[in-house]
Design a protein around this ligand. Structure first.
Ligand SMILES: *[C@@H]1O[C@H](CO)[C@@H](O)[C@H](O)[C@H]1NC(C)=O
Ligand SMILES: *[C@@H]1O[C@H](CO)[C@@H](O)[C@H](O)[C@H]1NC(C)=O
Ligand SMILES: *[C@@H]1O[C@H](CO)[C@@H](O)[C@H](O)[C@H]1NC(C)=O
Length: 298
């Protein structure tokens, strides 16, 4: 028991000696504070000499946390840091000198489709694999990189299968309510995601006919996109007549089921339309007009 006490005392003394080691003086003068600051700076450089990479002390590297695209090595090949995510800019030459390196399953590429007028192409991280995967959350991820990013912040998320999730159609952009004057032209849009691919039909509530039926002033156009596994369909009505007012419904169905979304079309006479516009002017056009005006002077 007495030996135990002696050891305890020695330990305490040892700890005190360790604590006071950086402070060569016991009065806590300014010089000691400087000494401590210097130690900190060394830690922040991550255990390497910033101008030369020859000294690497991995144990002094800062811990890279929250890396949703895995780890890559820094420009000295010494410390691990977060790899860049899909869509983030990157260094083409794999030196990790400026933007950084892409994370796992990603490669640094210049997206030629980005080349707009007068735009400088910027390399960005793109997924090496472009096959969709179905997550255990029932969501379709367009590639494995997007899945891994989501899996990082969702505990227990795993891949349920290759390819998109089989699902009843999902309406990504439903049609919006419209008001217009008699004689004008309006169009409703409906954007759908589905796998297996969906068919889109348009109907008017209270009417069994699948549009356009035999109505010459109504037309329906569908095309694939804008994204993979998506379908866009427009219902267009020309020469609006009062009888066109009503609720229009976009119905999307595939082998697994059917969903729908609807919107209301209001048809106003010219006088009603003017009243509607003046009363609702700021709401409908208040933000657009100044922007057009600015562009004229650009
Ligand atoms: C890095 O190393 C060089 C040469 O070994 C030295 O001159 C320089 O002062 C060092 N820089 C730092 C920040 O330690
Ligand atoms: C209203 O009709 C005009 C003329 O046909 C058309 O240009 C405009 O896009 C229509 N507005 C809406 C909201 O559909
Ligand atoms: C203005 O818009 C509101 C909401 O959309 C509508 O209820 C109202 O009738 C409109 N005004 C006119 C004069 O139509």
């Amino acid at each position: 028991m007495s030996w135990g006490r002696v050891i305890l005392v020695l330990l305490v003394l040892d700890l005190r000696a360790g604590q006071s080691f950086p402070n060569n003086k016991l009065d806590g003068s300014d010089e000691d504070v400087n000494g401590i600051d210097f130690d900190k700076e060394e830690d922040e450089t991550g255990g390497r000499n910033e101008t030369q990479c020859d000294q690497c002390s991995p144990e002094l590297c800062p811990v890279a946390m929250g890396c949703r695209a895995g780890l890559v090595l820094d420009s000295c090949g010494c410390c691990s840091e977060c790899g860049n995510l899909e869509g983030q800019p990157c260094d083409l030459d794999s030196t990790n000198s400026f933007y950084g390196l892409c994370g796992s399953d990603l490669q640094c590429k210049i997206d030629i489709s980005d080349l707009g007028l007068g735009e400088v192409p910027e390399p960005q991280c793109m997924c090496k694999f472009q096959e969709a995967v179905c997550g255990s959350d029932g969501r379709t991820y367009m590639n494995i990189c997007q899945f891994k990013e989501a899996a990082y912040s969702t505990a227990g998320l795993n891949v349920q299968g290759n390819g998109p999730c089989r699902t009843v159609p999902l309406i990504k952009v439903p049609p919006h309510n419209l008001v217009n004057v008699t004689g004008s032209r309006v169009a409703f849009l409906c954007e759908v995601f589905a796998f297996p691919m969906a068919l889109i039909e348009w109907r008017k509530d209270g009417n069994d006919v699948i549009l356009p039926g035999d109505d010459p002033h109504i037309s329906v156009q569908s095309r694939g996109g804008p994204l993979k596994y998506e379908l866009s369909s427009w219902l267009q009505i020309e020469g609006l007549a009062p009888g066109d007012a009503g609720t229009y419904r976009c119905v999307a169905h595939n082998a697994l089921g059917s969903v729908s979304a609807s919107a209301v079309l209001g048809v106003l006479g010219p006088d009603e339309m003017n009243a509607f516009l003046s009363e609702n002017m700021t709401e409908m056009f208040g933000y657009d007009q100044p922007r057009d005006y600015d562009e004229d002077y650009y």
